[in-house]
Ligand binder design. Structure first.
Ligand SMILES: [Zn+2]
Length: 400
């Protein structure tokens, strides 16, 4: 499976993957999924939102067990983020058939469309639409960097954009969804475990900080006369790092806009975007309040005005307790060891769907801890351990 997937959408310069929703590379990945489904004698279907499904047994019976993830990528993404979950689901089915496992419940494998949001700027479009967390009007308004709208891109790829929308009937057929994913951090590498179970997805938000000062000549304006918003911004970046470190959270200023953006001008405006995530809501509030308070002090000290706007927020996602405990129990059964249960700062389709049905996640060790980059990695042994773990979990779930 990896040999066939490896060349699709790979950029020869960066070595990273560029598999964006509804592009040629995406179509190749989707054709690969269909071939895998057909080769295993599974019933193949594409839902109204462009998500692909492969079924063993009739899903209309309900209470189905589903595994899978996504095949699209961020710009210059790694090989494993997404595909590892889909490949492992097919491999787990092969393993279970080899074991002669019993399937009392319908079993499905899914590839959720447009998970990364690399093209249209919104993540998890396929699962959000299905779960009714994204309106058709909002989806139809999504536009890529070239001005192509989502409906245009869907139509060009042969999918009817007017068919999209909430698909509760399809989701209601599912009794459990397990998404296996490469870890996007180093917790398993540090604990020495090949596989872990997800506890929750951290709450996270984005805030825009507008520091407004006064544009002036970089050569003739005395330092004491300046109202330089860049200074307040720079101090705020350091404060963000400090507040996050003290709270065990993360905070990042990764995007900035400067006006007038001239080498020889004191800026009039510095706009910085803060992304912050923490284990729980209270911690996140503490971190962001601390950063904002510090920013106001720095702005005051430099005669700079400050506006802070929260642009987006996603509350904590707790995975289904019973399913998570079952996963941890099954995985610890043979070794008697405690399976690591980890929180994560990254969003996933399983997180979106957790509001609609019981979901759980397995993580496979990523020795570099790097994600959304070609440096993302997983050893073959760990990938196999992931498949076994997924197969064990699914075997238990598939039997009533
Ligand atoms: Zn992913």
């Amino acid at each position: 499976m990896w040999r066939e997937l490896a060349p699709i959408g790979r950029h020869c310069g960066s070595g990273g993957y560029r598999r964006f929703a509804w592009t040629g590379a995406d179509a190749e990945c989707r054709a690969w999924f269909e071939r895998q489904a057909v080769a295993r004698g599974l019933a193949y279907e594409v839902d109204r939102n462009g998500n692909q499904w492969a079924w063993l047994g009739d899903p209309a019976r309900g209470d189905a067990v589903v595994a899978g993830s996504h095949l699209d990528s961020v710009p210059d993404g790694g090989a494993f983020d997404g595909p590892l979950g889909v490949v492992s689901a097919f491999a787990a089915l092969d393993e279970l058939r080899g074991r002669g496992a019993r399937f009392d419940r319908p079993f499905g494998i899914v590839n959720f469309g447009d998970e990364e949001g690399a093209r249209f700027g919104l993540a998890c479009v396929g699962s959000r639409l299905a779960a009714g967390q994204l309106t058709v009007a909002a989806a139809h308004a999504l536009t890529d960097a070239d001005g192509v709208t989502l409906p245009q891109a869907m139509a060009a790829a042969g999918h009817d954009p007017d068919a999209i929308g909430a698909d509760r009937e399809r989701l209601d057929r599912i009794g459990a969804f397990v998404e296996l994913h490469v870890e996007q951090g180093r917790a398993l590498d540090l604990s020495g475990d090949p596989v872990g179970v997800a506890s929750a997805i951290w709450p996270h938000g984005r805030w825009r900080f507008d520091f407004r000062g006064e544009a002036n000549h970089a050569g003739t304006t005395r330092l004491v006369d300046r109202r330089d918003p860049m200074l307040s911004y720079a101090e705020t970046v350091l404060a963000a790092r400090r507040e996050a470190r003290l709270a065990g959270a993360v905070a990042t200023f990764g995007k900035i806009a400067v006006e007038p953006n001239g080498v020889n001008a004191v800026p009039s405006l510095v706009r910085g975007w803060l992304d912050s995530r923490a284990e729980d809501q209270a911690t996140l509030d503490t971190v962001v309040d601390g950063i904002e308070k510090a920013a106001r002090e720095y702005a005051d000290a430099h005669g700079v005005d400050l506006d802070v706007v929260r642009e987006s927020f996603t509350p904590v996602v707790e995975f289904d307790d019973a399913l998570r405990d079952e996963l941890a129990r099954v995985l610890g059964r043979d070794t008697g060891l405690k399976v690591p249960v980890l929180g994560t700062g990254a969003g996933h389709d399983a997180g979106i769907l957790s509001a609609a049905l019981p979901t759980a996640m397995l993580f496979v060790r990523n020795p570099t801890g790097v994600s959304h980059s070609p440096a993302e990695s997983a050893t073959e042994d760990d990938c196999v351990a992931g498949v076994r773990a997924l197969a064990d979990v699914l075997e238990g779930l598939a039997r009533k």
